[in-house]
Design a binder for this molecule. Structure first.
Ligand code: 13P
Length: 254
């Protein structure tokens, strides 16, 4: 299918895969996806597998992403990883503000915005996640929540930085639950987010930003989701952990 923006499909492995398991997965993906040029494909392993996966995909069309980074560049921040450390392994993308981090690590929009600026300063492309909970959707607050998160998490970015940023719309109620947003719900949310980006930046910038959908993306629903005009890719959790599923999601999206 021909799209206005090049699709970007990324696998968020979350806290899964030892180094040996990670290598099995990427070696399988390399074989399956060797000829894919139409879609930008990235894998986001845990920090501990970045070095091995980086070496394994050097000669491939797969790109590397991390799942988080610090807003600080160095110093006394026990347990944190900074942008320069990711750059050592040729990391290109970094997922920021995933709903699991918003929930368990209490990450705020303001913190996520600082991380996004730090990522850009190091020439990493942030994938900034936004999305409403089930309670917020049922209370009719979806657009309000998305607007607050988009404005807050992307605050301070220049237009040039925004174009190099990916937004991931991940309704919290669809993550790991097997419940996918209907294609219409996804398209509506994506169009709304693009409208907010047009207000904050401008129309031309908003038109260039890629907005991924995330939440129970599977080989069986990828084609219909990617067929929506404002859906420019996917951030895949569970189904990115198996070669067959992730490869089929990508093949079904082309
Ligand atoms: P699932 O694909 O497992 O629902 O996870 C989505 C997600 O959180 C990707 O970041």
């Amino acid at each position: 299918m021909t799209k206005e923006r090049k699709l970007i499909i990324a696998g968020n492995w979350k806290m899964n895969k030892t180094v040996a398991e990670a290598l099995d997965l990427v070696n399988g993906l390399k074989r399956e996806l060797a000829t894919v040029k139409e879609v930008d494909v990235a894998v986001c392993p845990p920090f501990t597998a970045l070095e091995s996966v980086s070496k394994a995909i050097l000669d491939s069309n797969l790109r590397l992403g991390a799942q988080n980074m610090s807003e600080n560049n160095y110093g006394a921040f026990t347990g944190e990883i900074c942008a320069a450390m990711l750059k050592e392994f040729c990391v290109r993308y970094v997922i920021l503000g995933h709903s699991e981090r918003r929930q368990y690590q209490k990450e705020s929009d303001a913190l996520i915005a600082k991380k996004a600026l730090a990522a850009h300063a190091a020439s990493l492309k942030p994938i900034v996640c936004v999305g409403e909970t089930l309670a917020e959707r049922e209370a009719g607050q979806t657009n309000q929540v998305l607007e607050t998160q988009v404005r807050g998490s992307l605050a301070g970015l220049s237009k040039e930085q925004m174009v190099e940023t990916v937004v991931a719309y991940e309704p919290v109620w669809a993550i790991g639950t097997g419940k996918t947003a209907t294609t219409q719900q996804a398209q509506d949310a994506h169009a709304f987010i693009r409208g907010v980006l047009a207000q904050v930046f401008d129309d031309a910038t908003a038109k260039k930003v890629r907005i991924q959908y995330g939440g129970s993306v599977k080989p069986g629903n990828a084609r219909e989701l990617m067929g929506q005009p404002d859906v420019d890719g996917a951030l895949v959790g569970g189904a990115s952990l198996a070669v067959r599923d992730f490869a089929d999601i990508i093949k079904n999206s082309i």
